[in-house]
Design a protein around this ligand. Structure first.
Ligand SMILES: C[S@@+](CC[C@H](N)C(=O)[O-])C[C@H]1O[C@@H](n2cnc3c(N)ncnc32)[C@H](O)[C@@H]1O
Length: 263
């Protein structure tokens, strides 16, 4: 399988992908809230949510930090249209590829990002661009998956396939394992780096994955080099777990929570 070196959001922009992001936001909201409460500076002038999708994390950042202005940046006009559906005082959304400098915003006092670096083929360059968009002393708050462990064979195989797909685009499903290396020497000094291990119900995770596979099964790398009969079988297996027809143990999901300060 060839490796691509341009940015490509493997999980797509379909309606199903948008619905999946709503469910993802609900599943991870408690852990993100605790992280923001512990490490987020209060009442900053400007907070940026990098790779904000339909805006669930942007609203959470805005509420928890009580920032004067919060800007959500995303490369997807489709997700931003959804984010802008409910106008909110003090929250703005801008379409921008966050690997590119300069940012079309005021400098930030806080930069937050959840589940974005895993989708970038060159996270180090993105982190440098983020440092350029930060005020001196600004804080960076990152949440990325370090690992996903399941004991159900369908779920295990799903994670192997997603890892293979992402690696075909030069991305890392488990970027949280090595996040410190990405952040170091890119204009950031690490203050804290911890793993939060979440136990997510198998039905919830299987539902997220079943929605995801319906989008990425159409990806050109999948179509060209995956066993499509197996992909369909995994999708059907995930549907059964999601519906509770095939019981499975919770998925253990370690999230790297990294906090850094702009140098
Ligand atoms: C998995 S979603 C996470 C959304 C949100 N942060 C959350 O946790 O709910 C990843 C988001 O990153 C966006 N994205 C991917 N590559 C990007 C890039 N280079 N610049 C800006 N946004 C990007 C996608 O459009 C998508 O909305």
């Amino acid at each position: 399988m060839m490796t691509s070196t341009t940015n490509h959001y493997t999980f797509g922009e379909t309606d199903t992908a948008a619905q999946r992001l709503a469910l993802l936001a609900a599943a991870y909201q408690p852990a993100t809230r605790v992280f923001l409460d512990e490490w987020g500076p209060r009442e900053p002038e400007h907070a940026i949510d990098l790779g904000c999708g339909p805006g669930y994390t942007t609203r959470l950042v805005h509420r928890r930090l009580r920032s004067r202005l919060t800007t959500g940046l995303d490369a997807s006009p489709r997700f931003l249209q959804e984010a802008q559906r409910t106008p909110d005082a003090g929250i703005g959304f801008v379409c921008h590829d966050v690997t590119q400098e300069p940012f079309p915003t005021a400098p930030a006092d806080v930069l937050f990002s959840r589940f974005l670096l895993t989708h970038l083929h060159d996270p180090g360059t993105a982190l440098r661009a983020w440092a350029a968009a930060a005020r001196p002393g600004a804080r960076l708050l990152l949440q990325e998956t370090a690992w996903l462990r399941a004991d159900d064979p369908t779920m295990i195989r799903y994670y192997e396939l997603v890892a293979k797909l992402q690696s075909g685009y030069g991305q890392s499903l488990e970027i949280g394992i090595d996040l410190e290396t990405c952040v170091r020497s890119r204009g950031w000094k690490i203050l804290s780096s911890r793993l939060a291990v979440l136990q997510q119900p198998a039905e919830v995770m299987a539902n997220l994955h079943a929605m995801n596979i319906r989008t990425w099964a159409r990806d050109r790398l999948v179509q060209a080099s995956f066993d499509l009969v197996e992909v369909a079988r995994i999708q059907a297996g995930l549907d059964r777990i999601a519906a509770g027809a095939q019981p499975a143990h919770p998925v253990s999901n370690a999230i790297r929570q990294l906090v850094a300060v702009a140098e």
